[in-house]
Write a protein that binds this ligand. Structure first.
Ligand SMILES: [Zn+2]
Length: 288
């Protein structure tokens, strides 16, 4: 094993490194200068490695099986925050897989960072590649070509998880009504009281709830930008079912964009207040 390569390194191993980076779609020409260093850092960030720009044993190892760079440039306005990353120790499965499905969830929890911390602490590869904070910040917590369990489909053996990209919207989710007030997390106490003006009223009970925490406009816009970009990157069909409220097991084989709720009869994410029409327009989705 050679010493770690870094900016200023020369020789045959640098050429080998650059050839491999180019194979994966990164831009790395000439000597180990700023361009190669930037390519190494981009590669390390995508693989959950310390992005120090130095090519030591861990980075060499990842380069061997390395998955390609994102070759589709993010559209203007799409900013992805990679400051909250899951580590490989149980966080996700580092195995690239083609994608033909996007599944939207909500966390029924606190902030994006508390959700990511929870996933990391479980030590099992249960997560989604993206978590959207209430202010619209898009956190990419692992490379979307990799995968983690996010659907909990009994008997499916992870086959749908592997081929889908999951997006979690940070939200309290279903709200409980008691004495004319709304409460979060099925808990009737003052600290869990939820402001009615931020609630969506479905008018009738659906999956155990009538009221839900409203997704913020910033989250809806962020979902639309991200879905659009993921469809372009992975060639995911731009289509979505007409009916988002009822369970349909046939959707386990669907290619397009769905919520968690039609593939699981016991889930209430995403809730009926999700603005599917906005998503349809922004991403040019057809209805099935
Ligand atoms: Zn879910």
């Amino acid at each position: 094993m050679p010493n770690a390569l870094a900016r200023g390194s020369k020789g045959k191993t640098v050429s080998t490194l650059q050839a491999r980076l180019r194979e994966l779609g990164y831009d790395a020409d000439g000597e180990f200068g700023p361009a190669t260093e930037a390519a190494v850092i981009a590669f390390q960030e995508l693989h959950g490695l310390l992005p120090d720009g130095k090519v030591g044993p861990l980075t060499w190892e990842a380069l061997k099986e390395g998955v390609p760079a994102v070759t589709v440039k993010p559209p203007p306005g799409l900013e992805v925050d990679r400051s909250l990353r899951l580590t490989l120790a149980g966080g996700y499965v580092q195995e690239a897989h083609p994608k033909d499905l996007i599944v939207l969830h909500h966390t029924a929890g606190g902030s994006a960072s508390s959700t990511v911390k929870w996933w990391q602490d479980t030590k099992e590869p249960i997560a989604t590649a993206y978590v959207l904070e209430r202010d619209g910040t898009i956190f990419e917590v692992f490379d979307p070509r990799h995968w983690a369990y996010h659907l909990g489909l009994k008997g499916a053996g992870g086959r749908v998880d592997r081929r889908s990209v999951g997006i979690e919207i940070a939200s309290e989710g279903g709200l409980t009504e008691a004495d004319g007030a709304l409460y979060t997390f099925d808990s009737i106490r003052p600290s869990h009281r939820f402001d009615k003006k931020d609630a969506y009223d479905h008018g009738t009970t659906w999956r155990g709830y009538r009221h839900f925490a409203r997704y913020t406009p910033a989250q809806i816009e962020a979902v639309a930008l991200l879905v659009d970009h993921l469809c372009a990157t992975f060639h995911i069909p731009r289509r979505t079912p007409k009916n988002h409220l009822d369970f349909d097991k046939a959707l386990w084989d669907y290619q397009g964009i769905v919520g968690h709720q039609p593939v699981r009869s016991d889930k209430s994410d995403v809730h009926p207040g999700f603005d599917w029409e906005r998503l349809r327009q922004k991403c040019a989705l057809t209805l099935d």
